[in-house]
Design a protein around this ligand. Structure first.
Ligand code: ADP
Ligand code: MG
Length: 246
């Protein structure tokens, strides 16, 4: 095996909302080509960490680096890093007044200046990958939740990101639609995409993750390979959490 290459590095990242400390000295590394799954109770700071990586939420202290470059408010850096970091949210966040195709081509055309024909072609390739090529001219309201989330993943991929962040991508879905979205994510992982996934899907964590991180009260309480994480829970708290989620 080759040496792990750090892609995202966080060093002692802290964040408070008012008097509530939400991230406490979060230091970790997400390596190129690895799938890291973050689990933990609601309110433990998982979304805040992903949002800080994408600068949707500035952190108070500590440092986040993406491919060696510190995340900051410098506009040029911010724009480049945002296009390198794809994000998929719990609520699919598609542009409601735009067709599936336009949802995918908007950012490449506006930000990357990709010509329309080429953007359309790339979009079709991505939509085929997520099994949505038959729905290009539909609008989000004509799609099921699972279909919308697959389009949202394709839309994030359209910017050719180097890492994909997923924030509970299946939590808002009806149970019968969860698998189709996890299947798309599994394929993406198989293709070597660097992924950081916040999820309560323990099966996905076991099968797909290279690492599982357990978040507790704003910090990483445990970090292990899935086999170890699930077979030998490091604390009673983790054992109980896994039990509730499985
Ligand atoms: P998780 O994703 O693990 O459920 P979050 O990162 O969303 O946790 O939130 C951690 C804590 O920070 C929660 O108590 C939440 O209420 C609080 N919080 C998150 N975002 C904000 C915000 N914009 N303003 C105030 N409090 C927030
Ligand atoms: Mg969250």
């Amino acid at each position: 095996m080759s040496q792990p290459e750090p892609f995202i590095v966080t060093e002692r990242v802290c964040k408070a909302f008012g008097t509530q400390q939400v991230l406490r000295d979060v230091s970790t590394v997400f390596n190129t080509g690895e799938v890291s799954v973050i689990i933990g109770a609601s309110g433990s700071g998982k979304s805040t960490l992903l949002r800080a990586i994408n600068r949707l939420e500035p952190h108070d202290s500590g440092c986040i680096r993406i491919d060696g470059v510190e995340v900051s408010d410098d506009p040029a850096t911010l724009q480049r890093q945002r296009s390198e970091v794809g994000m998929v949210f719990q609520q699919f966040n598609l542009f409601g007044h735009m067709s599936v195709l336009d949802n995918l081509t908007l950012a490449p055309r506006r930000i990357r200046r990709t010509p329309r024909a080429q953007a359309n072609e790339q979009a079709m390739t991505l939509l085929r990958r997520v099994g949505m090529h038959a729905h290009v001219h539909k609008y989000p309201w004509q799609l099921s939740g699972g279909q919308q989330q697959r389009v949202a993943i394709a839309r994030a991929l359209a910017m050719q990101p180097r890492v994909m962040l997923f924030d509970e991508p299946t939590s808002a879905l009806d149970p019968e639609m969860v698998q189709e979205v996890l299947d798309v994510m599994r394929e993406l992982a198989r293709g070597g995409m660097t992924m950081v996934v916040v999820t309560h899907e323990m099966g996905f964590a076991r099968e797909v993750a290279d690492r599982v991180l357990f978040f507790d009260q704003g910090g990483i309480a445990h970090d292990a390979a899935p086999a170890e994480f699930f077979e030998y829970p490091a604390s009673e708290r983790i054992r109980a959490f896994i039990g509730r989620m499985s």
